[in-house]
Design a protein around this ligand. Structure first.
Ligand code: 0RA
Length: 308
């Protein structure tokens, strides 16, 4: 009797916390995506794209395709390992359902080896789900095509099922933002391409393809050399004093990449710094450390060569 009650209680507690999670997002969307205007709307896209980027950062999938559909929905396709579809022991529900219905439930949050792009501030796919009219997820994994559909802010409408066979792996997530939440639900070509071009500069050798089915526009961003090409594009109309200098190293498990170029007109510096692919507009110890090291290196060189 005791045992049975315990089980029922914990099951109920689990399901309640899942519901509360997504309801909280709908009640106070700005707490999760900053606002409910166009900027907030596009956060729904970044949440989904960040997952595909995380998967590419882990070494799986070098093509990410973003499609803007005529019905106002948007889809993100990647060629990663596919979102896990197995049954999760604690909840007895498919992992994918938990990932889309619980705040911060992705397996990536528990995996120490997982390199995360926006994992630090990212609130994940569940936020996009909570604020969408519908979300369709198709997973290509273990030789099968799996599908699950959520509606009305994240309710499972079609439970996970196998809908076919495949030899591919990857994930396809299609969502339509909820017009009762946002002041606008129109995805902007300019906003999306600008953001994804920046992602492509930061993620060398990952291809970003953007297709707008509303206007038949397409864009593709792919940079073999990443930051080097970023600096080249930022400085293309300036008098450059030398070729872009690049550094790359791994220090205490952290990958560090630096690219820099001095230009004739630049009396003050323009630094763009990022941590895990997230822009650090206000700088930080990484930026300060770099600036100190660069100054010291230049001073040492000048002193040794009696240039001062
Ligand atoms: C958790 C674990 C694994 C993959 C993913 C999440 C994953 C999530 C997303 C979201 C969009 N695309 C994705 N691709 C993968 C690894 C599972 C494994 O070990 O195979």
């Amino acid at each position: 009797m005791e045992e049975v009650n315990k089980k029922i209680t914990s099951y109920n507690e689990d399901s309640i916390s899942v519901l509360e999670g997504l309801e909280g997002v709908r009640k106070r969307p700005a707490m999760y995506i900053g606002s409910t205007n166009s900027t907030g709307l596009h956060h729904l896209v970044w949440e989904i794209v960040d997952n595909a980027i995380d998967e590419a950062l882990s070494g799986f999938g070098d093509l990410i395709t973003i499609t803007l559909h005529k019905d106002g929905s948007l889809s993100v396709a990647d060629k990663g390992r596919g979102i896990p579809v197995g049954i999760q022991k604690q909840t007895n529900r498919p992992a994918i359902e938990i990932i889309f219905s619980t705040l911060h439930s992705g397996g990536k949050f528990n995996d120490k080896n997982y390199v995360s792009s926006a994992g630090l501030h990212g609130v994940g796919a569940s936020v996009t789900n909570a604020l969408s009219e519908y979300v369709d997820v198709t997973v290509y994994r273990n030789g099968s095509i799996h599908h699950i559909r959520f509606e009305q802010g994240g309710k499972v409408i079609k439970p996970l099922e196998v809908v076919g066979k495949t030899t591919k792996t990857g994930s396809l997530i299609r969502f339509k933002p909820d017009p009762t939440i946002f002041s606008t639900v129109e995805f902007k070509w300019e906003t999306i391409t600008t953001h994804l071009q920046e992602s492509a500069f930061l993620m060398k050798r990952v291809r970003f393809l953007i297709v707008d089915e509303r206007t038949n526009q397409t864009a593709e961003y792919y940079y073999e050399e990443g930051l080097k090409e970023y600096i080249e594009s930022l400085n293309e109309n300036k008098d450059r004093l030398h070729d872009v200098i690049t550094f790359e190293d791994v220090v205490q498990g952290m990958n560090i990449e630096i690219a820099l170029q001095y230009c004739q007109q630049d009396y003050n510096e323009n630094i763009y710094s990022y941590v895990n692919n997230v822009r650090t507009k206000d700088g930080g110890t990484h930026e300060n450390g770099f600036r100190t090291a660069l100054t010291r290196a230049v001073n040492d060189y000048a002193e040794k060569n009696e240039l001062l």
